[in-house]
Design a binder for this molecule. Sequence first.
Ligand code: ADP
Length: 299
Amino acid sequence: MELVIDHLSKTYPNGTKALNSVSLRIAPGMFGLLGPNGAGKSSLMRTISTLQEANSGTIQLGDINVLQEPERVRQVLGYLPQEFGVYPKVTASELLEHFAVLKGISHKGERRQVVDALLHQTNLWEARNKNLGGYSGGMKQRFGIAQALLGNPKLIIVDEPTAGLDPTERNRFHNLLAEIGEDRIVILSTHIVSDVSDLCRQFAIINKGRVLYTGDPLVAIEEMRGQIWRRSVAKAELAQYQQQFSVISSRLFAGQTIIHVHSLAQPGNGFESVEPTLEDVYFARIHTAEKVATALAKG
Ligand code: ADP
């Protein structure tokens, strides 16, 4: 089953154009939707999840016309929204059971079996009788995945799931996602580049409602080879470098400011070529798009 998004646009009533002719083709496996805050990721996730309508364009999931047949989508969809509220005074076991009833798993024995299996799979079995109010951020997110997996969905959407998780919990959550992404479409929306480089064989970069790139992260990195240059600069020189070069990132390392520049040719003295990372790809694509937009605006 493939998810095909074609020229999807969404403008909110206040005039914000959140999605601008988005086209994507998503095969089974983990798909990373990478973009800064405000890029339009949640708008796209909510539209695919049938929680809001689009202005134009189409979304096809296998033989389901998503925008025309929301009921059919909901039968095969698992969704973990950005803000996943839980009832604090209920246990994981009880709430999952309740969600299972809502999902239409009406046979009690079957429901128990499904709920227990999911609690095991998400590593919450030991904590199943604890109130959700006492869960850590990571445990809540794993509970969110458990509820999203009810009914064995073909499409799972997780919106910014690792924000706020500590490194151990993030790692554990990544392993869980990798496991569930083996035989269905899992769309992971994130602004964290390593979420995508750790997990996804397909990804897209989205900014200001537009898709800037889509493909395989390894290919995207390969395409940038020979175009990323590094040097350390004095803090006071940074602004000048930013004017003169396409500085895609600057960070402190051992007290020095290290800049990465995107350039097809050697930018000059003091720059050394570096192996690109997905982070370089991401920043370079966004930087280029911003430059083009500024040039167009200036006429
Ligand atoms: P992301 O998930 O990538 O942070 P969003 O889809 O939440 O991006 O937002 C995209 C743009 O649409 C932003 O400019 C945001 O302020 C705006 N936006 C999101 N939801 C609404 C809404 N309900 N009404 C008006 N503007 C919105």
